[in-house]
Design a protein around this ligand. Structure first.
Ligand SMILES: Nc1ncnc2c1ncn2[C@@H]1O[C@H](COP(=O)(O)OP(=O)(O)OP(=O)(O)O)[C@@H](O)[C@H]1O
Length: 715
């Protein structure tokens, strides 16, 4: 509801034409509005405006405008009030009650007047509002004009701006086209880059794979290097310990030899001493026997003397008793004589008799005294004699005890000497067992096998295993001679070249070597006792290290050696040195025998690395084949296979008793310290590990009585 003076909201539909209307026009329009105006009871600002447009002719609209007014005590505030007024009927109390009807009519007219006044007020309000709206409209128009002007200015500005922008747009388009061209170029290069990136990604992936592989290889290699270093270290330690053990053994052997010979001299001296002591003991025994008999005699004599002394003592006692009795008689007689003298009743004759008796008694007494003295001196002499006999017996006994002790000491010394001889014999056996060994050197070409086995026999510090072991064998055999041992040695040397045997001690070596003839010539045969026979092989009796050294030099000259990329002087064959040892102990009638095989194998080599061609290639193939046959044999033994392929190569067939029999076999593994040889070193060490775990049997000592056949025989 709007009261007067209240700001009425501006109707958007208000136009200029509306504002220029006269109040009459308005009334007319209000009437029209009444006719067409909607019943908008519930509308608010817009309804009011509608009410204004409809005008007072539409009491409903006026009533809806809520512009309530009290006129003459009658209040109109809404259309309903007006409609109620208009629908009121004038009724009298009765049909002819004009007065009442008149009063009601007056009242009704009053109400109508009030209603008209309300309408007029409402109209005034509307007019006022209209004025306001006009001024507002003018202000609005002015504002619109200003806005329009402003808008024009703005439009101009915008136009100029648009022109600028169009210019900018053109330049931008130019730029855009340029940039598009650039973009095209960039996208092209981007595509190229993307392709390049894909290619580089692929490359990177392959490089990463390669890197991974290389890293793994590196890791593997470093592991292998570590393993090799460890193995090398262990081998060095082992080598050092072996060298130490060897030098200890040598020192022990020398010491033992010296000790044995010393003991032998001592033993001989002791035996002599024992013999002389035995003589002396026999003498002492006879002396002791005679002493014992003389002691017995002395004891008997002593007993007799004791008896005699007892008799003499009894006799002496008797004599003493007699003397005492006689003395008591003499005393009683003296007393009687004195009494008689006193009594004077006796005759001088009786007195004389008494005196004579007394004299006789005194004489008897003195003679008995003398006899007692004699007997006492006799007893004393007998006691002296007894004492002397006792002393002699004690001396004899002491001497006898001393001699017994001396014999005991000497017997102990003899036992000690026997123990020492037994220990020395044990050591000798140990040494003997140590060298009762097939020994061979295995390894890559150029790794030092020949150096290990042969070395440089002329230079004492650089002697190899073969000259050193032979020296030791001869040294020990000589030192054992004092114990009654006599040894006989026979040496033979052969090489297996391209699967054929060559005799390295043959007097003249044919330059045009006939392999077929050699094959039939040097046939390997094993008999049922495990003895090996190589037909037509030269066997030389050797008595000293000098002789063996000479033979070794001869063999070295005959050996097949050639130059390869890996070794200036590469052994192109397997070298087998065989020493047959047979020993006899004349004193114990004991026989021992053994065969020592010292083998310098040809080196394994990779064809690619050695670069062998022609004859060298053939040699390399033969070497590798026989080494692989050797490993096959060892692995078959390790696996305890029923079949061991000894016959696959000459080498394994020749060494069959050493590899699978009751011998002892020692293998040296030579490896090259060069990094480039690491792969082959690992192969060699793996092979060595397999060999190490390989049990070929329990060695048996070849000890027999006389007339024993050779273990190895050569035709
Ligand atoms: N421990 C060492 N000290 C000094 N020189 C050594 C040693 N070991 C090997 N050599 C030298 O290395 C070279 C190759 O050694 P050697 O001929 O003994 O090898 P190899 O294993 O027998 O080779 P191949 O199998 O080819 O016969 C030789 O000149 C040798 O003197």
């Amino acid at each position: 509801m709007y009261s007067r003076g209240q700001n009425i909201p501006r109707a958007p539909s208000t136009t200029k034409e509306n504002l220029d209307e006269t109040p009459m026009d308005k009334r007319r329009r209000i009437t029209v509005g009444k006719m067409v105006g909607p019943n908008t009871t519930n509308l608010r600002p817009r309804q009011v405006l509608s009410a204004v447009n409809v005008g007072p002719a539409d009491p409903t609209s006026a009533a809806n405008s809520d512009a309530g007014s009290t006129v003459g005590g009658i209040e109109f505030s809404s259309r309903e009030d007006v409609e109620r007024l208009l629908s009121e009927k004038i009724k009298g109390k009765f049909k002819t009650d004009l007065k009442g009807k008149n009063e009601q009519m007056i009242e009704y007219i009053k109400k109508l007047k009030a209603c008209i006044r309300w309408f007029m007020e409402l109209e005034d309000g509307y007019l006022l509002e209209q004025e306001k709206l006009r001024s507002l409209s003018e202000a609005e128009e002015k504002r619109h004009a200003e806005i329009e002007t402003q808008m024009k200015i703005n439009i101009e500005e915008l136009n100029s701006r648009i022109e600028d922008l169009q210019g900018q747009c053109a330049s931008l388009q130019e730029k855009l086209s340029r940039e598009e061209a650039e973009k095209l170029a960039i996208s092209k290069s981007f595509r190229e880059e993307a392709e390049a990136r894909v290619a580089s990604d692929r490359l990177r992936a392959s490089l990463a794979e390669e890197l991974e592989r290389t890293t793994e290889d590196l890791k593997r290699n470093s592991d292998q290097i570590k393993l090799l270093q460890d193995t090398n270290k262990r081998l060095q330690e082992y080598n050092t310990s072996l060298q130490q053990y060897n030098s200890n053994l040598q020192a022990e052997s020398v010491k033992t030899g010296e000790a044995i010979s010393k003991m032998h001299t001592e033993k001989t001296a002791m035996m002599e001493t024992i013999a002389s002591l035995r003589d002396h003991t026999n003498l002492l025994k006879s002396q002791l026997d005679s002493s014992r008999s003389s002691q017995q005699e002395a004891i008997k004599l002593k007993e007799e003397l004791r008896k005699e002394v007892g008799c003499l003592r009894a006799e002496l006692q008797q004599v003493r008793d007699d003397r005492d009795h006689q003395l008591s008689q003499v005393q009683s007689l003296s007393i009687e004589l004195a009494n008689y003298k006193e009594l004077t009743g006796k005759t001088s004759k009786e007195l004389d008799t008494i005196t004579t008796t007394r004299t006789t008694l005194e004489a008897t007494c003195s003679s008995q005294k003398e006899r007692i003295q004699l007997l006492e001196s006799q007893v004393e002499a007998a006691n002296e004699k007894l004492k002397r006999a006792d002393l002699t017996a004690i001396e004899v006994m002491t001497e006898y005890e001393e001699q017994k002790n001396t014999i005991k000491v000497l017997q102990n010394r003899v036992i000690d000497a026997d123990i020492q001889i037994f220990e020395a014999e044990k050591l000798r056996k140990k040494l003997h067992n140590t060298i009762l060994v097939c020994i061979f050197a295995y390894g890559q070409t150029g790794s030092g096998k020949t150096y290990t086995m042969m070395g440089q026999p002329e230079a004492s510090e650089q002697k190899g295993l073969i000259p050193r072991s032979l020296e030791q064998i001869f040294q020990i055999s000589q030192s054992l001679e004092s114990q009654g041992w006599k040894y006989k040695m026979q040496a033979s040397m052969l090489e297996i070249y391209n699967e054929t045997i060559r005799d390295l001690l043959a007097p003249i070596r044919s330059s045009n070597f006939d392999a077929t003839a050699a094959h039939s010539k040097f046939a390997i045969k094993h008999d049922s006792n495990g003895n090996t026979h190589v037909s037509d092989l030269t066997v030389v009796d050797v008595c000293s290290i000098k002789e063996v050294s000479f033979l070794l030099r001869q063999a070295a000259q005959s050996r097949s050696v050639g130059r390869t990329q890996m070794n200036e002087q590469s052994s192109r064959s397997h070298f087998v040195f065989t020493l047959r040892i047979s020993g006899v102990n004349e004193s114990t009638d004991q026989h021992v025998q053994g065969v020592l095989n010292l083998i310098d194998l040809a080196g394994s080599e990779r064809l690619a690395k050695s670069g062998s061609t022609g004859d060298r290639l053939k040699e390399t193939q033969a070497i590798n084949k026989s080494l692989s046959a050797l490993s096959d044999v060892i692995f078959a033994i390790a696996k305890k296979d029923d079949h061991v392929p000894y016959r696959n190569s000459k080498l394994t067939y020749l060494l069959q008793p050493c590899l699978g029999g009751d011998s002892k076999t020692l293998m040296f593994v030579n490896i090259s310290p060069e990094v480039s040889s690491a792969g082959e070193s690992i192969c060699s060490l793996r092979f060595a590990a397999r060999v190490n775990s390989c049990e070929i049997g329990i060695p048996r000592r070849q000890t027999q009585m006389r007339s024993l056949d050779s273990r190895l025989s050569y035709g």
